[in-house]
Design a binder for this molecule. Structure first.
Ligand code: PLP
Length: 335
């Protein structure tokens, strides 16, 4: 949406790469091939992968931008829309990179506390966004680290009510039973981010994508570095799309394991929150992190206001068995 765009970006043209067949290609200072044609720069906007993804999502390719992880796309939104000193609003707790990126891009970060760490008071949040005159609003859904989901109607209410761009970060949406809701044709100020890092099990290739209306995608292309998604990643992304059934199968296993792990943590009175993601967020005595660490089991711990809270990724059934056994031992040793 042009209204919110940074002034400098309103008059900037996107860097365009010429893409045509050739007999001799000596226009890009590329070196000599010695391994599989990797001397060539990638296709700038990942055309083949973008087209395959668009088809899968029932979108047009010009409603998508691909990024070096969805992290890059969060930053590109700030590059395009955030002037120095302007405010980004999210809720808390949420993904710590939102604040770090905001500070790097000279913005001010303000967060609104979730009730009981899991429920968003949507009217209070909308008032907060207005009061802070936010330029960007970021909604993690499901939220990291809590795993909680905001009801669809509340998200749409926020998108409709605020005078700002809304980034809906759906990094974990495939693990929820939530209907997909990328209504970016209807809502010009809505941008949806997804990633190949979680449900698709490809964090190593760094691939994320943005869904937005064509106009917004055009602005993001203005601030994007050329060739931001490398050749190997584009190839692997296409391969992933051809293997959707592996992903859906893994998602079903993770969801089943999540409920098994949740029941176990509840039995241990560690009070996990309901999760729509591939992790559980719970509160535990201080020694649990160290006790698991000593058994070479890594879970995520937090500091500050989240002291004593932990985030446990749902692993394979075998990995989860090991964690369950270890927590049993730790808890038995305590009592
Ligand atoms: C993991 C995660 C991402 C994805 O990051 P990538 O850069 O795509 O790997 C985005 N947002 C949240 C909240 C995440 O937890």
């Amino acid at each position: 949406m042009k209204k919110y765009l940074r002034e400098e970006i309103k008059n900037l043209n996107a860097y365009e790469v010429i893409n045509r067949d050739y007999r001799v290609k000596l226009d890009a200072n590329e070196g000599v091939d010695w391994i599989g044609g990797l001397n060539r720069y990638p296709v700038d906007r990942s055309d083949k992968l973008r087209e395959a993804l668009a088809e899968k999502l029932d979108k047009s390719p010009d409603e998508l931008v691909l990024g070096n992880g969805s992290s890059e796309l969060i930053e590109l939104m700030m590059k395009a829309y955030l002037e120095a000193g302007e405010t980004v609003v999210s809720f808390s707790p949420s993904f710590s990179m939102y604040k770090i990126f905001t500070i790097i891009h000279k913005g001010k970060y303000e967060d609104y506390p979730l009730d009981g760490m899991e429920r968003l008071n949507v009217d209070g949040f909308i008032d907060f966004v207005k009061e802070k005159k936010a330029k960007l609003v970021i909604l993690g859904n499901p939220n990291n680290p809590t795993g909680t989901l905001i009801p669809r109607e509340d998200i749409l209410k926020i998108v409709r009510s605020v005078d700002a761009m809304v980034i809906l970060d759906e990094a974990y949406i495939e693990f929820s039973n939530y209907p997909k809701g990328d209504d970016t044709r209807e809502f010009e100020n809505l941008v949806v981010l997804r990633t190949f890092s979680k449900a698709r099990g490809l964090a190593g290739i760094r691939l994320g994508y943005m869904i937005a209306n064509k106009e917004t995608i055009g602005y993001i292309n203005r601030v994007k570095s050329p060739y931001n998604v490398n050749v190997l990643t584009q190839e692997m992304g296409l391969k992933a799309l051809e293997n959707d059934s592996i992903t859906s199968n893994n998602i079903e296993i993770i969801k089943r394991e999540r409920e098994r792990m949740k029941m176990f943590l509840e039995e241990k009175e560690l009070k996990p929150l309901s999760s729509g993601a591939n992790f559980l967020f719970f509160k535990a005595p201080k020694n649990i992190f160290d006790a698991l660490w000593d058994k070479d089991i890594l879970i995520r711990k937090f500091g500050g206001e989240l002291e004593d809270y932990y985030r446990l990724t749902i692993g394979t059934p075998e990995e989860n068995d090991i964690v369950i056994e270890a927590i049993e031992e730790v808890e038995n040793a305590r009592s």
